[in-house]
Design a protein around this ligand. Structure first.
Ligand SMILES: Cc1ncc(COP(=O)(O)O)c(C=O)c1O
Length: 393
């Protein structure tokens, strides 16, 4: 008997401990964990530096109100600013809070320059920005909004197509009251679909022309997961606002919205806040994650090893063309789009001790920790091969 509400369809496994890329189940089995809390444990389970910092900070100070200066938060904000396009940061606790804060920052900016009616946000239909009321209506997915009306106004939608033109009719969708375009740089839940560099550049160009803001949601694809610190870096595009979460806490809940100084001007005292956001414990952990991931050789390694993994996955695709349709994604945000049923494939991988998770479009999401060993990638490849061989087509 579980006293939890049934809003999840949970797999019948629970874990008692984790170490690096592995999880150990309550009944003593070892699993290669390529879910990692859905791209959250960027450095794997129980990463020694994170264990150390959380122990040390827990003995000093856990929580103080944002009514006071929090040096650990000042430090993490500085690290984020030094590393990225951002000039200002607001801390939150989750991805949805970060995307909501991003929307608030955009609206408040136009309010602060005397254009309060410029408040609509243009998003991709069936994208994913979280589960709060505003975020589900931003995502524009029927499944997520069903039963949660009345509709939260203020969001318009464009299609993101797999073929050109990727954003049909986008110019006509931007009205005088549009404040911003908000997209995931790589659509995660939507099936691991990167927005091509040219399209990101095109979005920036339109935003400049129409004098509106570009929000790139890097909650899932940011903090090194794509092989670059931010997935948009390759395109050389500079966004105005970027919500982050997941990987920055390495397993500890942290969300943040990064922004330019120009848009941050609207966020005057009292305009936004969070009781827990930016607490010393979370910030100390975030600083350590940043120190590890920001290291040039760390990201170089992510790129090199993930390219090897993609290459090998593509070889499996050629070997099993009736099972694997496409290898999608970048870095360690990987999707295997299948011909066969995704749920059954995931079940077979679990039976062989490899954990993965679903995404839309019949895609299996593979999310190793960023510091995964090459031998562990090989182990996963062997399991996928083994599952494919046994497939009865
Ligand atoms: C791109 C994106 N934005 C926002 C969110 C919401 O994050 P959270 O579940 O922490 O609220 C997610 C979560 O998967 C995400 O992938």
């Amino acid at each position: 008997m579980s006293y939890l509400a049934k809003n999840y369809n949970r797999k019948k496994i629970s874990f008692k401990k984790g170490k690096g890329s592995y999880l150990y189940s309550a009944n003593g089995k070892r699993y290669l964990d390529f879910v990692q809390g859905i791209a959250v444990n960027s450095l794997g389970h129980a990463f020694p530096k994170l264990v150390k910092v959380i122990n040390k900070q827990s003995k000093k100070l856990w929580h103080v109100s944002n009514a006071f200066i929090i040096p650990e938060g000042e430090m993490l904000a500085k690290k984020l600013v030094k590393k990225t396009f951002a000039q200002r940061v607001i801390f939150q606790n989750s991805g949805a809070e970060a995307t909501e804060a991003a929307i608030k920052v955009a609206r408040r900016y136009f309010y602060s320059i005397g254009k309060p009616k410029k408040n609509r946000i243009l998003c991709i239909k069936n994208s994913f920005h979280g589960r709060t009321l505003a975020a589900i209506y931003a995502s524009g997915s029927k499944k997520m909004t069903e039963g949660f009306g009345p509709k939260i106004p203020g969001f318009d939608h464009i299609e993101f197509k797999n073929v050109k033109p990727r954003f049909p009719n986008i110019r006509n969708k931007i009205k005088n009251n549009t404040a911003a375009i908000m997209v995931e740089t790589i659509l995660g839940e939507g099936g691991i679909k990167p927005i091509p560099e040219k399209c990101l550049q095109y979005l920036r160009k339109i935003c400049n022309e129409k004098k509106i803001l570009l929000i790139l949601d890097e909650v899932q694809c940011g903090i090194g997961r794509s092989g670059d610190f931010f997935a948009f870096e390759k395109s050389k595009v500079k966004p105005d606002i970027v919500p982050i979460a997941k990987g920055i806490g390495g397993g500890f809940p942290i969300g943040a919205v990064l922004m330019t100084k120009k848009v941050a001007n609207g966020m005057t005292p009292g305009s936004h806040g969070s009781t827990f956001g930016g607490n010393p414990l979370a910030m100390a952990v975030g600083c350590t994650v940043m120190d590890v991931i920001s290291n040039k050789s760390f990201l170089k390694n992510v790129k090199k090893n993930s390219q090897y993994f993609h290459k090998k996955l593509n070889i499996l695709k050629s070997k099993y063309p009736k099972i694997i349709k496409e290898v999608r994604g970048r870095g360690y945000l990987i999707g295997l789009k299948l011909h066969v049923k995704q749920t059954l494939f995931i079940k077979k991988l679990i039976e062989n001790k490899l954990l993965t998770i679903r995404a839309a479009e019949n895609t299996v999401r593979i999310l190793p920790p960023l510091n995964v060993k090459k031998s562990e990638l090989d182990e996963a490849l062997e399991i996928i091969d083994k599952v494919c061989v046994k497939y009865k087509l």
